[in-house]
Design a protein around this ligand. Structure first.
Ligand SMILES: Cc1cc2nc3c(=O)[nH]c(=O)nc-3n(C[C@H](O)[C@H](O)[C@H](O)COP(=O)(O)OP(=O)(O)OC[C@H]3O[C@@H](n4cnc5c(N)ncnc54)[C@H](O)[C@@H]3O)c2cc1C
Length: 368
């Protein structure tokens, strides 16, 4: 009988027989995911695709934290400055995007505005001398001209649309998403999590739990992740005002299809404070005008901030907890969580199914 099930279902059926549920709430689902950002949602997508029943809980609305706030560039800024583990995960993530976007658009009817618009790294950007060797080594196409560096295959996605497409697809797949549920504690019984408790005292339980709580993950479980504020500025221009992403050092301009130009972003260690500052607005506006002078005379239409789930060297934690056998973590994606999301979700689902992970995952475990 078990032989007819997919590998993942076989593993789960085995655990099901071994695990006697002692907690007060009933077993509602195979997998409970804490956090409905891009990481929690993409994890739910991969796990549901494997046949698991999945429930995602978020204390707020779906995808309204870092995943909404980001720029949607599907490539690291100045990737030659990063460690191989970042390159591996962002590279795999970016390569999975085209098929993922087609699947989400087909299922949801929502266009996430995935577009290969290219990224121009402007002259004077730091550590440019390392770029050609890095690109050649990693098979990334580039054109070098007049001290500038064009990466024609870099793509972008429009975050709010991606979140909506993913949410709708999950709904179509039968995934339950519960908003307004703040998880305050993981209830332990021996070496297992027996349930998760919300602020109003309700306990939700499943067979397995995945923490995807972004910058707040460390409040639930120790993973050395920390909030890093990023502020963004938005300009309204005509469509076609700029056609590729423009980057100078850490400041980038992202042109959306409808003409909006996003300018990002600051890197601030301000705890969980998500407020915006006049100082950052001034800095971003000035930096944007240095890249595209026309922006100097335009007024920004919006400013916002998001909290990135910071991690050492931008390397997330994607693993089973070393002590709790039914607890998993997918968190700490710092500056590149949107890019890494489909790859991280594949790694997570391989931990459940026992299938070979898509890349060497040693660097992403909790104990590194
Ligand atoms: C300004 C900015 C620009 C960025 N630009 C890019 C970019 O261009 N490209 C790129 O790849 N990445 C970018 N990023 C990074 C990317 O956005 C993040 O790495 C990614 O969104 C992290 O996703 P997440 O799901 O882990 O976190 P989040 O989106 O923050 O989601 C975490 C969720 O967990 C929920 N939660 C937290 N605690 C609890 C709890 N106790 N109970 C229930 N729910 C809880 C929160 O409400 C939230 O919805 C940017 C980030 C920022 C802020």
């Amino acid at each position: 009988m078990l032989g007819k099930l997919k590998p993942w279902r076989r593993a789960l059926a085995f655990q099901w027989r071994c695990f006697c549920n002692h907690n007060t709430g009933k077993v509602t689902t195979d997998i409970v995911i804490i956090g409905a950002g891009i990481i929690g949602l993409s994890s739910a997508y991969e796990l549901a695709k494997q046949g698991a029943s999945v429930t995602v809980l978020d204390r707020g609305e779906v995808g309204m934290e870092a995943s909404w706030a980001g720029g949607g560039i599907l490539f690291p800024l100045l990737p030659w400055d990063y460690r191989g583990e970042v390159t591996a995960l962002t590279g795999l993530g970016a390569s999975l995007y085209p098929a993922w976007m087609d699947a989400l658009q087909d299922s949801s009817g929502i266009d996430p505005e995935y577009v290969k618009c290219g990224m121009r790294v402007l002259s004077g950007a730091r550590s440019m001398q390392n770029a050609p060797i890095w690109c050649e080594r990693h098979g990334v196409r580039f054109v070098e001209k007049d001290g500038e560096f064009m990466l024609p295959d870099v793509a972008q996605v429009r975050n709010p649309r991606l979140i909506r497409a993913l949410g709708k697809t999950l709904e179509n797949m039968g995934v339950t998403i519960l908003c307004g549920r703040e998880i305050t504690a993981l209830e332990k019984r021996g070496q297992r999590i027996s349930g998760i408790k919300t602020a109003d005292g309700t306990i939700y339980s499943g067979q397995n739990y995945v923490v995807c709580a972004g910058a707040w993950s460390n409040n639930l479980i120790e993973i050395r992740s920390f909030p890093v504020r990023g502020q963004m500025l938005l300009f309204e221009a005509e469509p076609g005002f700029a056609d590729s992403i423009l980057l100078k050092d850490d400041i980038y301009l992202v042109p959306r299809r409808d003409g909006h130009i996003l300018v990002g972003s600051t890197i601030e260690y301000a705890g969980f404070d998500k407020s915006v500052t006049a100082e950052a607005a001034g800095f971003l506006h000035e930096s944007a005008a240095a890249i595209l002078p026309e922006l100097g005379s335009m007024n920004p239409v919006r400013q916002w901030a998001g909290l990135r789930p910071g991690s050492i060297d931008n390397i997330p934690v994607i693993c089973r907890h070393p002590d709790m056998e039914n607890l998993y973590i997918n968190s700490g994606h710092f500056r590149y969580g949107v890019t890494m999301a489909p790859a991280s979700a594949r790694i997570l689902s391989s931990l459940f199914s026992g299938e070979a992970p898509p890349l060497d995952i040693g660097a992403y475990n909790c104990q590194r």
